[in-house]
Design a protein around this ligand. Structure first.
Ligand code: GLY
Length: 349
């Protein structure tokens, strides 16, 4: 078992081990604040795969389980106000109190929806994340960001609400569609670009499905940044590497290009721009291109600069007339740089 402390104001641990789902009930029972009831949120794809196994363990451990059968369809559309309202009604019906616990079993969408409900229902309930996608294991489940989409844009409503614990079981990745693995690899490569040690590991790794060691190492990189800057106003923003362009690519494709794959394109694009401006080593770009190609990630931005600019300007991180970009200088060396909207075209490679 690998334990990664996340040193936020309310500290917690991410536990990583093959087969951890079997032990979930024991881990939850051992939490400092032992919950009364457990309320499970999962989506319609994930629940049949892992929900019953988790429920059996929890029931054997003596929890009164309120399973939220509201389990929404898998996909971004479930991060809506309508789904949130249905989930809140189910929580009221289950008579959940602040002594109880919400579990999010699933990918980033389930984590965002269940986490936002846990952050807001009765002004905050504890929650545990059991991520089932690579993207959620290495990124979404660590750091307490929760969000819903509004009709006007993605993730416009949200809260920071750190979980009481995160249980990462890489064995759950076995059922993940290949496209989803690619999606997670996009984020994993981005995280590795921020940390030379992780990058070298990834270069030396020859597997197809990341195991506990690699996943834990990526979580450590993220946890260190979250510990320095829980509310995303300082160095945590380095995790947005590739994201300003990536988010614009996602939006311009009407969300047909999934997040992690769009981040890979954004990473390729900004690295090319940084090399062009003499800011980034050419060898870093060559290594990035080789890495993305190895994981079958397309690194070419399919849109024209003019198609992306309106989305970049609308980014919730854009402020007024300026945007903070993460500029790659070398593998393991990126920096935050404020650029004006007028300068943005120079940063799309
Ligand atoms: N996904 C980036 C962050 O959690 O800050």
């Amino acid at each position: 078992m690998i334990r990664i402390p996340v040193k936020t104001e309310k500290p917690y641990e991410v536990l990583v081990a093959e087969g951890l789902l079997q032990e979930a009930a024991a881990r939850i029972t051992a939490l400092p604040q032992k919950p009364g009831k457990v309320f499970l949120v999962s989506d319609q794809r994930v629940y049949p795969l892992y929900g019953p196994r988790l429920e059996e363990g929890l029931q054997a451990a003596g929890f009164e389980l309120r399973f939220c059968r509201f389990a929404p369809p898998a996909g971004e559309a479930s991060k809506s106000l309508a789904a949130y309202q249905q989930l809140l009604s189910a929580m009221v019906q289950a008579q959940l109190s602040r002594e109880d616990l919400v579990i999010a079993l699933g990918g980033g969408v389930t984590g965002d929806l269940a986490g936002f409900a846990a952050a807001t229902y009765l002004r905050g309930l504890p929650w545990v994340q059991i991520p089932t996608t690579l993207l959620a294991m290495i990124d979404a489940s660590v750091g307490g960001k929760t969000a819903l989409n509004l009709p006007e844009g993605k993730n416009l409503l949200g809260a920071f609400h750190q979980p009481a614990q995160v249980l990462c079981d890489p064995a759950l990745l076995a059922t993940l569609p290949a496209e989803e693995i690619k999606n997670g690899m996009g984020e994993l490569i981005k995280t590795a670009f921020l940390d030379e040690g992780l990058w070298k590991r990834l270069e030396a790794w020859e597997g197809a499905l990341p195991g506990a060691e690699l996943i834990a190492r990526a979580i450590q990189v993220k946890a260190a940044l979250v510990a320095q800057d829980e509310t995303d106003r300082g160095p945590r923003r380095l995790l947005n590497l590739g994201h300003s362009i990536g988010h614009a690519i996602e939006a311009a494709s009407a969300y047909q290009i999934p997040h992690g794959q769009a981040v890979a394109m954004g990473l390729g694009s900004i690295t090319r721009a940084a090399v062009r401006q003499g800011l980034c080593e050419g060898s870093a770009l060559a290594r990035l291109e080789a890495m993305l190609a190895r994981h079958h990630l397309n690194q070419d931005n399919p849109f024209k600069v003019a198609d992306l600019l309106p989305y970049m300007k609308r980014d919730k991180k854009a402020g007024s007339g300026r945007l903070t970009l993460v500029v790659p200088r070398r593998i393991g060396g990126c920096e935050l740089r404020e650029v004006s909207w007028a300068e943005l075209p120079d940063w799309i490679g």
